[in-house]
Design a protein around this ligand. Sequence first.
Ligand code: ADP
Ligand code: MG
Length: 227
Amino acid sequence: LRDELIESEKMKVVSVISASVAHEIRNPLTTVRGFIQLLTQTQVDQEKKRQYGKLCLDELDRAQQIINDYLSLAKPHPELNEKLNIGDEIYYVSKVLTSYANLSGVEIVVEFDVDLYVTGDRSKFRQSIINIAKNGIEAMEAKGGVLTITAKRNKRFVVLRISDIGNGMTDAQINRLGSPYFSNKEKGTGLGTMVSFNIIKGMMGRINVQSEVGRGTVFQIVFPAVS
Ligand code: ADP
Ligand code: MG
C-alpha cells in the first residue's frame, strides 16, 4: 500500500509538472509565431526585422531553457528504482557543468565518501542536482568563486551538500524556493528548484537551505542510505 501511495503521489507530481511545462512552452511559441507572421506578411523595414528577429531568438532561448530545466522529466522512460552511487553521480554532474561554470569564473570542487548509495531514477537524480548546482553557479556569476558538492555518510543517511559563495537569499526568498515561477533572474524560468525538490521528495530526501545575503548558500539534502 505504501508503495502504491508513493506511486500515485509521483503520478500527481508528474501530471502537475507536464501541465506547467506545456503552459510555459506555449507562451514563447505563440510569441515567435506572431512575429514570424508579421515578418512574412508585411513590408518590414530593416530595423523592425532586426527587432523581431531578436525577440524570436530570445523567446526560443527561453523555451530551450524551460526544456533544459525539465530535461529528464520529459524522457519517455518509466520511473526507475536504481541503486545510485552518489560519488559517481556528483562527479558526473560536476563534469556536465564544468564549461558552464568556467564561463562564470567558477570552479567546481567535489568530495565524497566511497560506496555511498541511494535509490532513485538516475537521470532524474542528475537533473535535480544539476538544477541546484546551476543556481549556485549563477549566484556567483558576478564575482566567480567555488561551488562545492560533497556527499558524506551519517549513520543510516547520506548527506549531500551543494554550497556556493554567491549572492545568497533572504529568508523570504528561501521560503519561496520550490514553488513554480519564482525567479529573480532576467532570463529565469522559476522552474528549476520546483523540479529538483519534487524529484528529491520522490526519493524520500529532505532538503534544508541555509543562506546569507552577500555570503552564499548551502543546500543540504539528506537521503536514506542503501547498503
Ligand atoms: P531560475 O533559476 O530559473 O530563476 P529556480 O527555480 O532554479 O529558477 O530558482 C529560483 C530562484 O531562487 C532564483 O531565481 C534565485 O533567486 C533563487 N536561488 C536559488 N538558488 C540560489 C542560490 N544558490 N543562491 C542565490 N539564489 C538562489
Ligand atoms: Mg535555476
